[in-house]
Design a binder for this molecule. Sequence first.
Ligand code: DAH
Length: 442
Amino acid sequence: MTKILFKTNRILSAVLTKCKYSTAAKSVATVQINGKEFISDDYTNVTPKILSYLGRNLHLEKNNPLSLVRQRIVNYFYSSFTQRGNPLFSVYDNLSPIVTVKQNFDDLLIPLDHPSRVKSDCYYINRDTLLRGHMTAHQSELLKAGLDNFLMIGDVYRRDEIDSTHFPVFHQVDAVRSQRKDELFHDKPDLEIFEPTFDPNNPFAFPNSIDDPMKQSCHTLEATKLMEAQLKNHLIGLVKCLFGKNIKHRWVEAYFPFTHPSWELEIYYENDWLEVLGCGIVRNEILASAGPNNSIAYAFGLGLERLAMALYKIPDIRLMWSTDSGFRSQFENVDLNAKIKYKPVSSYPQCKNDMSFWLPPNLTIDTFMNNDFYDLVRDIGGDIIEQVKLKDKFVHPKSKKHSLCYSIVYRHLERTLTQGEVNQVHKEIEKAVVDNYNVVIR
Ligand code: DAH
């Protein structure tokens, strides 16, 4: 089962401060999310565990692989599309994941009996409200706000099994690019976006059909084909930018209720085809209801986890949620475009100890050689040293003495370390530091 696509041909499957289920005196059960109260009903199936993921915003977290991929995608769109030197696309990466059924389904022409609506696939807060199942849920409202080129990035929620590639919360980038006749056909003024029988000022008088696999009946073939070429070119450009120019790809015809025609892009990765995104020409009914009645748009949606796992060879989706510094430090202060290959960290727990010392008068916080210190720590601690990090520098206002504080993370690759044995090693390191640098441990 795929996690990223809202297909019909088969069943697919703010910081949260408090989340509690309460039953008030009138026996109205409510769900509280971030201080807001929702009346629950027979559809309510969000759990406190799922609600606890709200507000984590992994896609915005520093050092998170998802955030690195997000930045690379945004940069690609910023540099590929500019208007008088400014980026054409605006980015929305902090929209609330609590949406209405109208936003998530109705506005996108998703039929009432569509399998993606079923309770067993979504996290409903109640009959009218749910945790968004895809970022496309914001497409209509942003079009209504008058936007024509935008990216929507955030966490999405789907009930699913949990395994190494599935997690009930994941992250998507969704985009819309729309163009008017003068933009699409600026050098071909005799071509039109719409068929002559279609009146853009009265769009709903026209029964827009999707029976023709090539195009929507309101659009001309030229407009559809030109949009398709631009869409495919930009998305191939994106995967090449992420995976390198030799990445093999293929297009697969697809079906989404909100686009026609529609495609999926697959890349060849580790001896298999991996589906990375869904896209298509936005159904004109959506554009016309939201506002712009004289343009044609393409849209796409991709899953950040899938891309990050493939790019950095991360074997388990749960690692994205890891706060373990052994994992996170691998994505810290890195060049966005550098090739990073995730190195598995031990599953045994870490032990963290800090070391603070006053420097002797001949050394200052700026002349003390961090790297020498790191080597010394490794010399004494050996392989159980996972990380050493400068945590704090300090000059005493009165005595003018200089002080440094390092945090040392210990972890054994094959067994659990006891705090006692870590303390022993830590003491030995302290002694070596005192002997070598003449420091005074604080
Ligand atoms: N929303 C779809 C999903 O989550 C992906 C998608 C497909 C987004 C086509 C789009 C699109 O914007 O045009 O499965």
